[in-house]
Design a protein around this ligand. Structure first.
Ligand code: PAF
Length: 285
């Protein structure tokens, strides 16, 4: 595995691979890798691509009161995991390489960036869309892989790629979960044992919501209330949101008729966890 922090080197290596006829894949991450990240690499390998993984904790997507400073980092461990998973090139740029001067150009995907997580994290998705655009421009991938756990992020990136005619395919990979169902997240490391035990309620309440839909419930507000009640009953977590929205456009839904996403965000102390479930009426996706 090649490891570099330099944009010029990424371009040179990727250029050669492309000349050899290889498809180029990018797996953008902020590091502190877990099985979820590695499943993105697996998918990319399955597609026979030359896999570039980026590890960059992007300050642009953290609010002033958020956890940029304490976001977990362990580059040596990540590097070993990435190599083992079959990453071909690990790009871990220092801050000055990505942002040598203050950014005057920002990428904003309106409307869908201001609901759900965007409402509680203003500017977050502008930071994500901007850094992902930079990474796409640096690597010029044919394929990009993102985890479904960050459902809104994936919808925003897909929309950005469509709106700006970016020549690549965005692939969504299913949420990787711990045995008890908790969605894997680099931030899980911050949970106390008690919070970790309680956090299973996110997935459980989503399962309950899905079961209610399968059982015929079609009222979005009733469903949200059901999930809220379960989270409050079984955890000390503070609910940020529980919302049922259109799966493709994230628009508000009253009566469930087509594919929807049930999305939840819950704070356990300073740690904010998210999870979601996409449901076609009649079938889980
Ligand atoms: O999902 C993440 O880890 C980040 O938001 C991303 C896509 C790597 C951009 O910094």
């Amino acid at each position: 595995m090649i490891r570099t922090g330099l944009i010029a080197e990424v371009r040179a290596v990727v250029g050669e691979e492309r000349q050899r006829g290889k498809k180029i894949a990018i797996v953008p991450t902020m590091g502190y890798l877990h099985r979820g990240h590695l499943s993105l690499v697996e998918e990319a390998k399955r597609d026979h691509a030359f896999v570039v993984m980026s590890i960059f904790v992007n300050p642009l997507q953290f609010g002033p009161q958020e956890d940029f400073g304490r976001y977990p980092r362990d580059l040596e461990r990540d590097s070993a995991l990435a190599a083992e998973a079959g990453v071909d090139l690990l790009f871990n740029p220092p801050l000055e390489e990505m942002y040598p001067e203050p950014m005057l150009t920002l990428v904003e995907v309106k409307e869908i960036d201001s609901v759900l997580c965007g409402r509680s994290r203003p500017g977050h998705f502008r930071g994500v869309a901007t850094v992902v655009t930079k990474l796409f421009n640096i690597v010029q991938p044919d394929l990009a892989y993102f985890g479904q756990k960050d459902y809104q992020q994936v919808q925003i990136i897909k929309r950005m790629v469509r709106d700006l005619n970016m020549p690549l395919d965005v692939r969504t990979v299913a949420i990787a979960r711990a045995e008890d169902g908790l969605a894997l997240s680099s931030r899980n490391v911050f949970l106390s044992p008690q919070q970790r035990a309680e956090a299973v309620v996110l997935n459980r309440s989503l399962e309950e919501g899905a079961a209610a839909i399968r059982g015929g419930e079609r009222d979005a507000r009733t469903l949200e209330e059901l999930i809220r009640t379960r989270i409050n009953a079984e955890s000390s977590g503070e609910i940020d949101y529980v919302e049922v929205r259109g799966a493709a456009d994230l628009k508000e839904v009253t009566e469930i008729e087509g594919p929807v996403v049930i999305a939840v965000a819950v704070r356990f102390g300073a740690t904010r966890l998210i999870d979601n479930k996409v449901i076609e009426v009649g079938t889980d996706v």
